[in-house]
Ligand binder design. Sequence first.
Ligand SMILES: [Zn+2]
Length: 438
Amino acid sequence: MTAEPGDQLLRAAICHTPRNPFEHDPALECFADGGLLIRDGRVADCGDYADVRGRHPRAVVRDLRGGFLLPGFIDTHVHFPQIHALGALGRQLLDWLEFVALPEEARMEDMAYACDTARRFVRALAANGTTTALVFGSHFRSATGALFRAAERIGLRVVSGLVISDRRLRPELHRTPAEAYRDSVQLIREYHGRGRTRYAVTPRFALSTSEGMLDVCQTLMHEYPDIGLQTHINENALEVRQVRAMFPWAQDYLAVYEKFGLAGRRCVMAHNVHATDSELERMAASGVAVAHCPWSNAVLGSGLFPLRKHLLAGVRVALGTDVGAGTGFGMPKEALEAYAMQRVAPEGMLLSPAHLLYLATRAGAEALNLESETGDFAPGKSADFVYLRAPEGSPLEGVLRQADGMERSLAALFTLAGPESVVETAIGGEPVRDASGA
Ligand SMILES: [Zn+2]
């Protein structure tokens, strides 16, 4: 192979999951002394350093030994207006929404506050090594635009949309279906496909959307065949009962979305803690992906996520931090919580480091139908990575020094690596600008 001017060869320990470890063994690829060759912002080669170096002798080497290169993390469920709702403990979903989350959502009407929150939000993602996120925008069109612009400014790959609701929240958050349609179209035209930003239709959840509003969602999905959809489903037992009462014609929660054509491969639904067997079967058949948010489920007392049932049914599962009901932006911490919850769940699974890495990276890309663009280091993909290095003198540094293999090191990273271990977050081979300060 020839080397071209501008080729950059990163030398570090490297791990990625180019395959799904729930279906393939082995799925994890690790190189203790690895090389990642980047050309024009894309992965051109990945393997043992000596091999990659041999194939590209003229590439400029960046020596990052002592740290780990992982694919950039992918957060498939996170709310931008809810940063300041983080850390409100002691409530269940519907109370938490009313008294903690929705007052913050209402503050997004103030553009200065919304812009400041958007900047903080995208920095926090990048500071934690997240390169791609599916984000609940705001109920306000201008605040949602502020999020798209903040993401664009620092180069983050963001899929987001105007949150739409017309009942049961707070009057200032309600829009008529006609207004929701008009504002959504305006945002789609302005931001979908602009740089790395993409649009997802975002009905908050069935309880806050009338059939007229769900009809608008269906129209938007029909008119714009390459946008996505995100919403919530089966999060809390009381919520599920209320949905049954509000949509008596629906056999279950999923049936509400199905009736309006909102359950398919373009759709990511958060939580699904209380899914029925029939819902899981139908989700697998239609290709709906589920964003599993273990911290949020634990903190709100929503329940234990039936991961094994999802996988047995063939439902696609990825991870989300669900800020602000979750506990922060760190995807390693989220994956660790998934591990912990599965340890105590009655029908839980023992997750390996490969599973955690997959859930935090490639699974998210698959859920967003972006797996040909990001999620692992297969040649041709965008060079989206996080460079982790344990702070000097930290427990993590000591554990890594003694680790007897890459899987052991990876487990230690998922257990101990917080934002203080994130040295660089890069998208398309370029460091995310202005990632500090959060
Ligand atoms: Zn949520």
